[in-house]
Design a protein around this ligand. Structure first.
Ligand code: HEC
Length: 193
C-alpha cells in the first residue's frame, strides 16, 4: 500500500480518460465496516435468534394493548350505565345530535318520530322508559329486530352522548309520529301505563 497523498494514476485508459486510484477517506472506511458489523449483529439478533420483535409481532403486541384498553373502557361503561344520568352539557348534546343525525336518523327519523325504528319521543318504550334502558338498548342493540349493536361501532362516550341527546327529544311531539310499538313485548310492563 502506498500511503502517499498523491493520487496514483492507474495504468488503464479509455478514450483519453485515466483513473486516479484515490485512497478512500478513513471516515468512509470506518462507516463501511461499521455498517457491516451492525448488519451481522442485526441479522443474528432478529433473524437467527429471533430475539427482537419483528414488525408483525410488534403490531400484534400493540393490538393486544389496544384491545385491553378498549375492554377496560367497555367494562367501565357497562358498570356505569345503571346509575348514569343524561348529560345536560351542550357540548355533549351537540355531539349526540351529530351522531344521531348521521347514524340513527335513517331508521328513527331526524326528529326521532320513528320510521323503521320506533318513535323515541313518546312515552311508550319497548325496552323500558328509563335513561339506562335507552343506553343499554343502544349499547347492546336488538339485532334480531334490526337495531344495531352500537358498542362495536361507537365509543362509550358517544353512546352516552347520543343517549343524552335523544333524552332531550322526549315529549317533543314531532308531526306524523310512528304509532306506539311497546305492545310488541307485553311481558315488559311499561312504567307509564
Ligand atoms: C338499521 C335501523 C336502525 C338504526 C340505524 C338505529 N336503530 Fe334504534 N332501533 C331500531 C329498531 C328496529 C328498534 C326496535 C327494536 C325492537 O323492536 O326491539 C330500535 C330501538 C331503539 C331504541 C329502543 C326504543 C324502545 O322503544 O325501547 C332506542 C333507544 C334506539 N333504537 C336508539 C337508537 C340510536 C341512538 C341509534 C343511533 C346510534 C339507533 N337507534 C340506530 C332500528 C335502528
Amino acid at each position: 500500500m502506498n500511503d502517499s497523498q498523491d493520487p496514483l494514476l492507474m495504468d488503464h485508459e479509455a478514450d483519453g480518460i485515466r483513473e486516479l486510484d484515490n485512497k478512500l477517506p478513513r471516515w468512509w472506511v470506518w462507516l463501511f465496516w461499521g455498517c457491516n458489523l451492525f448488519a451481522v449483529f442485526y441479522l443474528g439478533y432478529y433473524h437467527v435468534l429471533g430475539s427482537g420483535n419483528m414488525m408483525v409481532k410488534e403490531y400484534q403486541q400493540e393490538m393486544k394493548v389496544g384491545d385491553a384498553i378498549k375492554a377496560t373502557a367497555l367494562a367501565r361503561f357497562e358498570q356505569s350505565m345503571d346509575t348514569a344520568e343524561p348529560s345536560k352539557d351542550p357540548v355533549v348534546l351537540a355531539e349526540g345530535k351529530a351522531i344521531f343525525l348521521q347514524m340513527c336518523a335513517p331508521c328513527h327519523r331526524s326528529d326521532a318520530g320513528g320510521l323503521v325504528g320506533p318513535n323515541l319521543t313518546d312515552d311508550y318504550w319497548i325496552h323500558g322508559p328509563l335513561f339506562k334502558d335507552n343506553l343499554k338498548t343502544i349499547y347492546n342493540g336488538v339485532p334480531e329486530k334490526g337495531m344495531l349493536t352500537w358498542k362495536t361501532l361507537l365509543k362509550p362516550s358517544q353512546i352516552y352522548a347520543v343517549g343524552s341527546y335523544i333524552y332531550t327529544l322526549r315529549g317533543s311531539n314531532p308531526p306524523n309520529p310512528k304509532p306506539r310499538e311497546d305492545q310488541v313485548q307485553p311481558d315488559k310492563p311499561n312504567e307509564y301505563e
